[in-house]
Design a protein around this ligand. Structure first.
Ligand code: FES
Length: 148
């Protein structure tokens, strides 16, 4: 992490202790170090928690990755970017994935765009597209053109 945005944070981090316990729950449903996004979303719904919290736990509290794999991968920073709305971006992506799929969500701890939080990168046959700061509309626009 280098710099922070000059604007004030709008969100709070999920406490690391809570992420750790969610990480243990994820390890129980993982298969070969991969947690399926639909299983993660179902677990989140059962527990009454946002799917984004479990996705943050994947990166910050486990060695797991999210599946199933896809040629297009959306890397979402869940480090300090949490304080600037990164978890909202993740929940948006989970909803979108549930409707049309076509990509895999890859939560990561930093993308080196800390001063432009929340940061995402879309990787695929097109190369790498950096979205920072990310908005739900920006993600939709990018995924519409890159995954259709
Ligand atoms: S904390 Fe560095 S890009 Fe999010």
């Amino acid at each position: 992490m280098t710099k922070l945005p000059t604007r004030s944070p709008t969100h709070e981090d999920v406490p690391i202790g809570r992420l750790s316990s969610m990480g243990l729950e994820l390890e129980e449903i993982a298969d070969d170090e991969v947690v399926a996004i639909d299983a993660l979303a179902e677990l989140a719904e059962d527990r009454g928690r946002p799917a984004s919290h479990y996705l943050a736990a994947v990166s910050l509290a486990t060695d797991l990755k999210v599946g199933p794999d896809a040629v297009t991968s959306v890397r979402v920073c869940v480090g300090t970017c949490q304080r600037y709305g990164a978890l909202d971006m993740l929940d948006h992506l989970v909803t979108r994935w549930g409707k049309s799929g076509g990509f895999v969500i890859a939560p990561v701890s930093c993308l080196d765009q800390c001063d432009k939080a929340p940061a995402c990168e879309i990787h695929g046959p097109h190369g790498k597209l950096v979205l920072a700061p990310t908005t739900a509309a920006g993600l939709d626009e990018a995924l519409d053109s890159l995954t259709s």
